[in-house]
Design a protein around this ligand. Structure first.
Ligand code: CMC
Length: 443
Protein backbone atom coordinates (compact mmCIF):
# COMPACT_ATOMS: atom_id res chain seq x y z
CA UNK A 1 0.00 0.00 0.00
CA UNK A 2 1.20 3.51 -0.77
CA UNK A 3 0.15 6.68 0.99
CA UNK A 4 -2.02 8.19 -1.75
CA UNK A 5 -2.23 5.74 -4.58
CA UNK A 6 -3.99 2.97 -2.77
CA UNK A 7 -3.07 -0.34 -4.31
CA UNK A 8 -6.13 -2.47 -3.72
CA UNK A 9 -6.16 -6.13 -2.83
CA UNK A 10 -9.37 -7.10 -4.57
CA UNK A 11 -12.56 -6.05 -6.22
CA UNK A 12 -14.29 -5.54 -2.85
CA UNK A 13 -12.10 -2.61 -1.81
CA UNK A 14 -13.87 0.66 -1.08
CA UNK A 15 -13.70 3.39 -3.74
CA UNK A 16 -14.14 7.02 -2.75
CA UNK A 17 -16.27 9.16 -5.08
CA UNK A 18 -13.54 11.64 -5.86
CA UNK A 19 -11.10 9.07 -7.09
CA UNK A 20 -10.10 7.01 -10.04
CA UNK A 21 -9.72 3.25 -9.89
CA UNK A 22 -7.16 1.84 -12.26
CA UNK A 23 -6.65 -1.81 -12.97
CA UNK A 24 -3.20 -2.68 -14.23
CA UNK A 25 -3.91 -5.56 -16.59
CA UNK A 26 -0.25 -6.52 -16.54
CA UNK A 27 -0.49 -7.51 -12.89
CA UNK A 28 -4.21 -7.55 -12.15
CA UNK A 29 -3.60 -5.05 -9.32
CA UNK A 30 -5.99 -2.18 -8.69
CA UNK A 31 -5.01 1.33 -7.66
CA UNK A 32 -7.13 4.15 -6.37
CA UNK A 33 -5.96 7.60 -7.24
CA UNK A 34 -7.50 10.73 -5.68
CA UNK A 35 -9.08 13.27 -8.01
CA UNK A 36 -8.57 16.84 -6.88
CA UNK A 37 -9.77 19.87 -8.84
CA UNK A 38 -10.51 17.67 -11.84
CA UNK A 39 -6.95 16.37 -11.97
CA UNK A 40 -4.91 13.44 -10.79
CA UNK A 41 -1.31 13.85 -9.75
CA UNK A 42 0.87 12.31 -12.43
CA UNK A 43 3.35 11.22 -9.75
CA UNK A 44 0.62 8.94 -8.34
CA UNK A 45 1.05 6.83 -11.45
CA UNK A 46 4.65 6.17 -10.50
CA UNK A 47 3.31 3.73 -7.90
CA UNK A 48 1.92 1.55 -10.66
CA UNK A 49 4.66 -0.96 -11.33
CA UNK A 50 5.16 -4.51 -12.48
CA UNK A 51 8.37 -5.07 -10.51
CA UNK A 52 9.28 -3.32 -7.29
CA UNK A 53 12.31 -1.61 -8.89
CA UNK A 54 10.39 -0.38 -11.98
CA UNK A 55 10.33 3.38 -12.57
CA UNK A 56 6.53 3.28 -12.53
CA UNK A 57 4.03 4.64 -15.06
CA UNK A 58 4.38 8.08 -16.62
CA UNK A 59 2.05 10.18 -18.73
CA UNK A 60 2.98 11.11 -22.30
CA UNK A 61 1.64 14.56 -23.16
CA UNK A 62 3.47 16.39 -25.94
CA UNK A 63 2.39 20.06 -26.10
CA UNK A 64 0.78 19.72 -22.64
CA UNK A 65 -2.65 19.06 -24.08
CA UNK A 66 -4.00 17.73 -20.77
CA UNK A 67 -1.41 18.62 -18.17
CA UNK A 68 -1.79 21.30 -15.49
CA UNK A 69 1.73 22.39 -14.54
CA UNK A 70 0.83 24.65 -11.64
CA UNK A 71 -1.88 26.04 -9.40
CA UNK A 72 -2.54 29.65 -10.22
CA UNK A 73 -4.85 32.33 -8.83
CA UNK A 74 -4.09 34.92 -11.52
CA UNK A 75 -6.13 34.36 -14.69
CA UNK A 76 -9.28 32.35 -15.28
CA UNK A 77 -10.39 31.29 -18.75
CA UNK A 78 -13.55 29.39 -19.67
CA UNK A 79 -12.90 28.63 -23.31
CA UNK A 80 -16.35 27.15 -23.96
CA UNK A 81 -18.18 30.22 -22.66
CA UNK A 82 -15.62 32.79 -23.84
CA UNK A 83 -14.82 34.11 -20.34
CA UNK A 84 -11.55 35.75 -19.35
CA UNK A 85 -10.96 37.14 -15.87
CA UNK A 86 -7.87 38.61 -14.20
CA UNK A 87 -7.95 37.88 -10.46
CA UNK A 88 -11.69 37.33 -10.82
CA UNK A 89 -12.46 40.61 -12.62
CA UNK A 90 -13.98 40.22 -16.12
CA UNK A 91 -11.73 41.49 -18.90
CA UNK A 92 -14.62 43.60 -20.27
CA UNK A 93 -14.84 45.65 -17.06
CA UNK A 94 -11.09 46.08 -16.80
CA UNK A 95 -10.76 47.15 -20.44
CA UNK A 96 -13.53 49.68 -20.03
CA UNK A 97 -12.79 51.08 -16.59
CA UNK A 98 -9.22 50.36 -15.58
CA UNK A 99 -5.77 51.33 -16.87
CA UNK A 100 -2.89 49.08 -17.82
CA UNK A 101 -0.81 50.03 -14.79
CA UNK A 102 -3.75 49.39 -12.48
CA UNK A 103 -4.26 45.99 -14.14
CA UNK A 104 -0.54 45.27 -13.73
CA UNK A 105 -0.91 46.05 -10.02
CA UNK A 106 -3.93 43.77 -9.82
CA UNK A 107 -2.15 40.88 -11.55
CA UNK A 108 0.97 41.24 -9.42
CA UNK A 109 -0.59 42.02 -6.01
CA UNK A 110 -3.85 40.11 -6.38
CA UNK A 111 -6.09 43.05 -5.44
CA UNK A 112 -7.07 46.35 -7.00
CA UNK A 113 -5.04 49.18 -5.44
CA UNK A 114 -6.39 51.97 -3.26
CA UNK A 115 -5.90 55.47 -4.65
CA UNK A 116 -2.69 55.94 -2.61
CA UNK A 117 -1.34 52.56 -3.61
CA UNK A 118 -2.01 53.26 -7.26
CA UNK A 119 -0.41 56.71 -7.10
CA UNK A 120 2.71 55.26 -5.50
CA UNK A 121 2.81 52.35 -8.00
CA UNK A 122 2.55 54.71 -10.98
CA UNK A 123 5.13 57.03 -9.44
CA UNK A 124 7.60 54.19 -8.90
CA UNK A 125 7.18 52.87 -12.41
CA UNK A 126 7.41 56.33 -13.92
CA UNK A 127 10.68 57.20 -12.18
CA UNK A 128 12.29 53.96 -13.39
CA UNK A 129 11.63 54.37 -17.10
CA UNK A 130 15.17 55.48 -17.97
CA UNK A 131 17.74 52.86 -18.89
CA UNK A 132 21.49 52.93 -18.33
CA UNK A 133 23.26 54.87 -21.09
CA UNK A 134 25.26 51.77 -21.96
CA UNK A 135 22.04 50.18 -23.23
CA UNK A 136 22.09 52.71 -26.05
CA UNK A 137 25.64 51.73 -26.93
CA UNK A 138 24.63 48.12 -26.82
CA UNK A 139 21.66 48.80 -29.13
CA UNK A 140 23.97 50.59 -31.58
CA UNK A 141 25.77 47.29 -32.05
CA UNK A 142 22.82 45.75 -33.87
CA UNK A 143 22.65 45.81 -37.65
CA UNK A 144 20.82 48.84 -39.04
CA UNK A 145 17.76 46.73 -39.97
CA UNK A 146 17.71 44.38 -36.97
CA UNK A 147 14.28 43.02 -36.04
CA UNK A 148 12.98 44.99 -33.02
CA UNK A 149 11.82 41.79 -31.30
CA UNK A 150 15.34 40.35 -31.48
CA UNK A 151 16.69 43.58 -30.01
CA UNK A 152 14.05 43.56 -27.26
CA UNK A 153 14.88 39.97 -26.41
CA UNK A 154 18.59 40.70 -26.13
CA UNK A 155 18.18 43.93 -24.21
CA UNK A 156 15.77 42.48 -21.63
CA UNK A 157 18.24 39.73 -20.86
CA UNK A 158 21.06 42.31 -20.82
CA UNK A 159 19.27 44.09 -17.95
CA UNK A 160 20.38 41.22 -15.70
CA UNK A 161 23.97 42.41 -16.16
CA UNK A 162 23.01 45.93 -15.07
CA UNK A 163 21.27 44.66 -11.93
CA UNK A 164 23.34 41.72 -10.73
CA UNK A 165 21.61 41.85 -7.32
CA UNK A 166 18.47 40.56 -9.12
CA UNK A 167 19.77 37.02 -8.61
CA UNK A 168 18.66 37.28 -4.95
CA UNK A 169 15.22 36.04 -5.91
CA UNK A 170 14.36 34.88 -2.38
CA UNK A 171 14.53 38.44 -1.08
CA UNK A 172 11.09 40.10 -1.49
CA UNK A 173 12.54 43.64 -1.50
CA UNK A 174 15.05 42.79 -4.22
CA UNK A 175 12.31 41.07 -6.21
CA UNK A 176 10.04 44.06 -5.91
CA UNK A 177 12.47 46.57 -7.36
CA UNK A 178 13.09 44.29 -10.35
CA UNK A 179 9.32 44.10 -10.91
CA UNK A 180 9.15 47.89 -11.01
CA UNK A 181 12.19 48.14 -13.27
CA UNK A 182 10.90 45.54 -15.69
CA UNK A 183 7.49 47.20 -16.10
CA UNK A 184 9.10 50.63 -16.34
CA UNK A 185 11.87 49.82 -18.79
CA UNK A 186 10.11 47.45 -21.15
CA UNK A 187 8.48 50.29 -23.19
CA UNK A 188 11.83 52.12 -23.28
CA UNK A 189 13.66 49.08 -24.62
CA UNK A 190 10.84 48.43 -27.10
CA UNK A 191 10.91 52.02 -28.35
CA UNK A 192 14.71 52.08 -28.63
CA UNK A 193 14.52 48.87 -30.69
CA UNK A 194 11.99 50.51 -32.98
CA UNK A 195 14.00 53.71 -33.39
CA UNK A 196 17.18 51.77 -34.13
CA UNK A 197 15.37 49.75 -36.77
CA UNK A 198 14.08 52.98 -38.30
CA UNK A 199 17.48 54.69 -38.18
CA UNK A 200 16.04 57.42 -35.95
CA UNK A 201 17.55 58.88 -32.78
CA UNK A 202 16.42 57.32 -29.52
CA UNK A 203 13.91 59.38 -27.55
CA UNK A 204 14.26 59.50 -23.77
CA UNK A 205 11.19 58.81 -21.63
CA UNK A 206 8.92 61.72 -20.80
CA UNK A 207 7.84 61.21 -17.21
CA UNK A 208 5.07 63.79 -17.49
CA UNK A 209 3.15 61.44 -19.79
CA UNK A 210 1.07 58.35 -19.02
CA UNK A 211 2.49 54.86 -19.57
CA UNK A 212 1.05 54.48 -23.10
CA UNK A 213 1.49 58.20 -23.84
CA UNK A 214 5.18 58.03 -22.98
CA UNK A 215 5.57 54.99 -25.20
CA UNK A 216 3.96 56.82 -28.13
CA UNK A 217 6.29 59.75 -27.47
CA UNK A 218 9.38 57.51 -27.51
CA UNK A 219 8.14 56.01 -30.79
CA UNK A 220 7.04 59.11 -32.70
CA UNK A 221 8.68 62.23 -31.23
CA UNK A 222 10.91 64.03 -33.72
CA UNK A 223 11.78 67.73 -33.49
CA UNK A 224 8.94 68.97 -31.31
CA UNK A 225 9.81 70.08 -27.77
CA UNK A 226 7.12 67.85 -26.32
CA UNK A 227 5.15 65.12 -28.01
CA UNK A 228 1.44 65.36 -27.23
CA UNK A 229 -0.20 61.97 -27.73
CA UNK A 230 -3.77 61.92 -29.03
CA UNK A 231 -5.75 60.79 -25.96
CA UNK A 232 -7.87 58.44 -28.09
CA UNK A 233 -4.77 56.63 -29.40
CA UNK A 234 -3.25 56.63 -25.93
CA UNK A 235 -6.42 55.01 -24.61
CA UNK A 236 -6.56 52.43 -27.42
CA UNK A 237 -2.96 51.40 -26.74
CA UNK A 238 -3.68 51.15 -23.01
CA UNK A 239 -6.65 48.87 -23.76
CA UNK A 240 -4.46 46.69 -25.99
CA UNK A 241 -1.91 46.39 -23.18
CA UNK A 242 -4.71 45.35 -20.79
CA UNK A 243 -6.05 42.73 -23.20
CA UNK A 244 -2.60 41.21 -23.64
CA UNK A 245 -1.57 41.40 -19.99
CA UNK A 246 -2.06 37.75 -19.10
CA UNK A 247 -3.52 34.59 -20.55
CA UNK A 248 -2.69 31.91 -17.98
CA UNK A 249 -0.29 29.14 -19.04
CA UNK A 250 0.34 30.11 -22.69
CA UNK A 251 3.63 29.22 -24.39
CA UNK A 252 5.58 32.33 -23.34
CA UNK A 253 4.32 32.25 -19.75
CA UNK A 254 5.22 28.62 -19.36
CA UNK A 255 8.64 29.48 -20.82
CA UNK A 256 9.04 32.16 -18.11
CA UNK A 257 7.97 29.70 -15.42
CA UNK A 258 10.16 26.93 -16.77
CA UNK A 259 13.29 29.07 -17.03
CA UNK A 260 12.43 30.84 -13.77
CA UNK A 261 12.19 27.46 -12.02
CA UNK A 262 15.99 27.23 -12.29
CA UNK A 263 16.04 30.22 -9.89
CA UNK A 264 17.68 32.43 -12.49
CA UNK A 265 17.15 36.21 -12.20
CA UNK A 266 13.78 37.56 -13.47
CA UNK A 267 15.27 39.41 -16.47
CA UNK A 268 16.61 36.15 -17.87
CA UNK A 269 13.30 34.41 -17.16
CA UNK A 270 11.30 37.17 -18.87
CA UNK A 271 13.72 37.09 -21.82
CA UNK A 272 12.64 33.46 -22.29
CA UNK A 273 9.05 34.70 -22.49
CA UNK A 274 10.00 37.29 -25.12
CA UNK A 275 11.76 34.56 -27.11
CA UNK A 276 8.67 32.33 -27.04
CA UNK A 277 6.48 35.24 -28.07
CA UNK A 278 8.73 35.87 -31.08
CA UNK A 279 7.44 32.65 -32.66
CA UNK A 280 4.81 33.05 -35.41
CA UNK A 281 2.42 30.66 -33.68
CA UNK A 282 2.30 32.85 -30.60
CA UNK A 283 3.04 36.56 -31.08
CA UNK A 284 2.99 36.60 -34.86
CA UNK A 285 -0.57 35.61 -35.77
CA UNK A 286 -1.80 39.23 -35.96
CA UNK A 287 0.79 39.94 -38.64
CA UNK A 288 -0.38 36.88 -40.55
CA UNK A 289 -4.00 38.06 -40.22
CA UNK A 290 -3.13 41.49 -41.60
CA UNK A 291 -1.20 40.00 -44.52
CA UNK A 292 -4.19 37.77 -45.23
CA UNK A 293 -6.58 40.75 -45.33
CA UNK A 294 -4.22 42.56 -47.70
CA UNK A 295 -4.04 39.53 -49.94
CA UNK A 296 -7.83 39.18 -50.08
CA UNK A 297 -7.80 42.77 -51.29
CA UNK A 298 -11.54 43.21 -51.82
CA UNK A 299 -14.80 41.92 -50.41
CA UNK A 300 -15.56 40.28 -53.77
CA UNK A 301 -12.66 37.88 -53.23
CA UNK A 302 -13.90 36.62 -49.86
CA UNK A 303 -16.01 33.67 -51.14
CA UNK A 304 -13.04 32.30 -53.10
CA UNK A 305 -10.79 32.75 -50.11
CA UNK A 306 -13.24 30.95 -47.79
CA UNK A 307 -13.53 28.13 -50.32
CA UNK A 308 -9.73 27.72 -50.25
CA UNK A 309 -9.73 27.64 -46.43
CA UNK A 310 -12.44 24.97 -46.38
CA UNK A 311 -10.52 22.91 -48.89
CA UNK A 312 -7.54 23.01 -46.53
CA UNK A 313 -5.34 25.21 -48.75
CA UNK A 314 -4.74 27.66 -45.93
CA UNK A 315 -6.09 28.85 -42.59
CA UNK A 316 -8.27 31.80 -41.79
CA UNK A 317 -5.72 33.65 -39.66
CA UNK A 318 -7.04 35.25 -36.50
CA UNK A 319 -9.68 32.54 -36.19
CA UNK A 320 -9.72 29.54 -33.87
CA UNK A 321 -8.02 29.01 -30.53
CA UNK A 322 -6.69 26.12 -28.50
CA UNK A 323 -8.74 27.19 -25.47
CA UNK A 324 -11.60 29.37 -26.73
CA UNK A 325 -14.37 27.48 -28.47
CA UNK A 326 -16.45 30.64 -28.49
CA UNK A 327 -15.85 34.29 -29.40
CA UNK A 328 -12.55 35.32 -27.79
CA UNK A 329 -13.70 38.07 -25.36
CA UNK A 330 -10.59 40.09 -26.24
CA UNK A 331 -11.56 40.10 -29.92
CA UNK A 332 -14.91 41.74 -29.09
CA UNK A 333 -13.19 44.57 -27.23
CA UNK A 334 -10.55 45.05 -29.91
CA UNK A 335 -13.17 45.16 -32.64
CA UNK A 336 -14.72 48.17 -30.91
CA UNK A 337 -11.30 49.78 -30.31
CA UNK A 338 -10.42 49.49 -34.03
CA UNK A 339 -13.42 51.61 -34.87
CA UNK A 340 -12.37 54.23 -32.29
CA UNK A 341 -8.80 54.35 -33.61
CA UNK A 342 -9.87 54.57 -37.25
CA UNK A 343 -12.04 57.53 -36.32
CA UNK A 344 -8.78 59.34 -35.46
CA UNK A 345 -6.49 57.95 -38.15
CA UNK A 346 -8.94 57.63 -41.05
CA UNK A 347 -10.70 54.62 -42.50
CA UNK A 348 -8.92 51.47 -43.54
CA UNK A 349 -10.60 49.39 -46.28
CA UNK A 350 -9.15 46.28 -44.64
CA UNK A 351 -11.60 46.74 -41.76
CA UNK A 352 -14.52 46.31 -44.15
CA UNK A 353 -12.94 43.14 -45.49
CA UNK A 354 -12.37 41.85 -41.94
CA UNK A 355 -15.96 42.58 -40.90
CA UNK A 356 -17.38 40.87 -43.97
CA UNK A 357 -15.02 37.92 -43.59
CA UNK A 358 -16.09 37.48 -39.99
CA UNK A 359 -19.77 37.68 -40.91
CA UNK A 360 -19.45 35.06 -43.64
CA UNK A 361 -17.29 32.72 -41.55
CA UNK A 362 -19.60 32.87 -38.52
CA UNK A 363 -22.51 31.71 -40.69
CA UNK A 364 -20.56 29.01 -42.49
CA UNK A 365 -21.03 25.40 -41.40
CA UNK A 366 -17.29 24.65 -41.59
CA UNK A 367 -16.45 27.28 -38.95
CA UNK A 368 -19.62 26.72 -36.90
CA UNK A 369 -19.04 22.96 -36.62
CA UNK A 370 -15.43 23.43 -35.54
CA UNK A 371 -16.32 26.27 -33.14
CA UNK A 372 -13.93 28.65 -34.89
CA UNK A 373 -14.43 32.27 -33.83
CA UNK A 374 -12.30 35.40 -34.16
CA UNK A 375 -9.43 35.47 -31.66
CA UNK A 376 -7.49 38.44 -30.28
CA UNK A 377 -5.31 38.59 -33.39
CA UNK A 378 -8.06 39.03 -35.95
CA UNK A 379 -8.41 42.76 -35.35
CA UNK A 380 -5.31 43.75 -33.35
CA UNK A 381 -3.08 44.05 -36.45
CA UNK A 382 -5.50 46.63 -37.83
CA UNK A 383 -5.10 48.80 -34.73
CA UNK A 384 -1.34 48.48 -34.71
CA UNK A 385 -1.23 49.43 -38.36
CA UNK A 386 -3.53 52.39 -37.75
CA UNK A 387 -1.16 53.49 -34.97
CA UNK A 388 1.58 53.58 -37.61
CA UNK A 389 3.43 50.50 -36.37
CA UNK A 390 5.31 48.35 -38.86
CA UNK A 391 4.52 44.65 -38.63
CA UNK A 392 7.83 43.86 -36.92
CA UNK A 393 6.56 45.87 -33.94
CA UNK A 394 3.41 43.78 -33.41
CA UNK A 395 5.01 41.13 -31.17
CA UNK A 396 6.97 43.88 -29.40
CA UNK A 397 3.72 45.61 -28.44
CA UNK A 398 2.32 42.28 -27.29
CA UNK A 399 5.45 41.80 -25.13
CA UNK A 400 5.01 45.16 -23.38
CA UNK A 401 1.48 44.21 -22.31
CA UNK A 402 2.36 40.62 -21.41
CA UNK A 403 5.25 41.68 -19.14
CA UNK A 404 2.90 42.22 -16.18
CA UNK A 405 1.49 38.69 -16.61
CA UNK A 406 4.93 37.13 -16.93
CA UNK A 407 6.05 38.86 -13.75
CA UNK A 408 2.90 37.95 -11.82
CA UNK A 409 3.28 34.31 -12.84
CA UNK A 410 7.00 34.33 -12.00
CA UNK A 411 6.29 35.75 -8.53
CA UNK A 412 3.56 33.20 -7.95
CA UNK A 413 5.93 30.41 -8.93
CA UNK A 414 8.71 31.63 -6.63
CA UNK A 415 6.34 31.48 -3.65
CA UNK A 416 4.79 28.14 -4.60
CA UNK A 417 6.18 25.49 -2.26
CA UNK A 418 5.23 22.74 -4.68
CA UNK A 419 7.33 24.07 -7.55
CA UNK A 420 10.80 22.77 -8.23
CA UNK A 421 13.05 22.95 -11.26
CA UNK A 422 10.87 22.10 -14.28
CA UNK A 423 12.24 18.90 -15.69
CA UNK A 424 10.00 16.77 -17.90
CA UNK A 425 10.68 13.10 -18.56
CA UNK A 426 10.94 11.49 -21.97
CA UNK A 427 10.25 8.25 -23.74
CA UNK A 428 13.63 7.26 -25.07
CA UNK A 429 13.41 5.97 -28.65
CA UNK A 430 17.10 5.75 -29.58
CA UNK A 431 19.79 3.08 -29.66
CA UNK A 432 21.47 1.68 -26.54
CA UNK A 433 24.89 0.41 -25.57
CA UNK A 434 26.71 0.88 -28.89
CA UNK A 435 30.50 0.62 -29.16
CA UNK A 436 32.35 3.69 -30.45
CA UNK A 437 33.56 3.12 -34.05
CA UNK A 438 36.78 4.90 -35.17
CA UNK A 439 36.12 7.24 -38.11
CA UNK A 440 38.15 5.21 -40.64
CA UNK A 441 35.94 2.18 -40.01
CA UNK A 442 32.55 3.91 -40.47
CA UNK A 443 30.63 3.30 -43.64
N1 CMC B 1 -8.88 28.27 -40.29
C1 CMC B 1 -9.40 27.15 -40.82
N2 CMC B 1 -9.54 25.99 -40.16
C2 CMC B 1 -9.13 25.97 -38.89
C3 CMC B 1 -8.57 27.09 -38.26
C4 CMC B 1 -8.46 28.28 -39.02
N3 CMC B 1 -7.94 29.39 -38.46
N4 CMC B 1 -8.24 26.79 -36.98
C5 CMC B 1 -8.58 25.51 -36.82
N5 CMC B 1 -9.12 25.00 -37.98
C6 CMC B 1 -9.66 23.67 -38.18
C7 CMC B 1 -8.55 22.65 -38.32
O1 CMC B 1 -8.18 22.50 -39.67
C8 CMC B 1 -9.20 21.44 -37.74
O2 CMC B 1 -10.10 20.94 -38.71
P1 CMC B 1 -10.28 19.34 -38.90
O3 CMC B 1 -10.88 18.87 -37.63
O4 CMC B 1 -11.17 19.23 -40.08
O5 CMC B 1 -8.90 18.82 -39.13
C9 CMC B 1 -10.04 21.97 -36.60
O6 CMC B 1 -10.36 23.31 -36.98
C10 CMC B 1 -9.32 21.97 -35.25
O7 CMC B 1 -8.10 22.69 -35.40
P2 CMC B 1 -6.75 22.38 -34.62
O8 CMC B 1 -5.60 22.81 -35.46
O9 CMC B 1 -6.76 20.98 -34.12
O10 CMC B 1 -6.90 23.31 -33.35
P3 CMC B 1 -5.72 23.76 -32.37
O11 CMC B 1 -6.34 23.98 -31.06
O12 CMC B 1 -4.55 22.84 -32.43
O13 CMC B 1 -5.23 25.13 -33.04
C11 CMC B 1 -4.89 27.41 -33.50
C12 CMC B 1 -5.50 26.38 -32.54
C13 CMC B 1 -5.01 28.80 -32.87
C14 CMC B 1 -3.37 27.11 -33.68
C15 CMC B 1 -5.64 27.33 -34.85
O14 CMC B 1 -7.00 27.62 -34.67
C16 CMC B 1 -5.03 28.25 -35.89
O15 CMC B 1 -4.06 27.87 -36.57
N6 CMC B 1 -5.58 29.50 -36.05
C17 CMC B 1 -5.02 30.45 -36.97
C18 CMC B 1 -3.80 31.13 -36.33
C19 CMC B 1 -4.20 32.10 -35.26
O16 CMC B 1 -5.11 32.91 -35.42
N7 CMC B 1 -3.46 32.05 -34.12
C20 CMC B 1 -3.68 32.96 -33.00
C21 CMC B 1 -4.22 32.27 -31.81
S1 CMC B 1 -4.67 33.37 -30.48
C22 CMC B 1 -3.15 33.89 -29.83
C23 CMC B 1 -3.11 33.96 -28.33
O17 CMC B 1 -4.10 33.74 -27.64
O18 CMC B 1 -2.00 34.23 -27.82
Amino acid sequence: MTTQTQEQDGAGAATANESLTITDNRTGKQYEIPIEDGTIRATELRNIKVEEDDFGLMTYDPAYMATASCRSAITFIDGEKGILEYRGYPIEQLAERSSYLEVAYLLIHGELPTKDQLDEWIHQITIHTFVHENIKEFMHGFRYDAHPMGMLLASVSALSTFYPEATAIKDPDVRYIQVIRMLAKMPTLAAFSFRHNQGKPYVYPDNELSYPGNFLSMIYKMTEIRYEPDPRLEHALDVLFILHADHEQNASTSAVRSVGSTQVDPYSAVAAGVAALYGPLHGGANEAALRMLRRIESKDNIPDFIKGVKEGEERLMGFGHRVYKNYDPRAKIIKKAVEDVLEVTGTNPLLDIALELEKIALEDEYFVDRKLYPNVDFYSGLIYEALGMPMEMFPVLFAIGRTSGWIAQWLEMIDDKEQKIARPRQIYTGERGRDYVPIDRRS
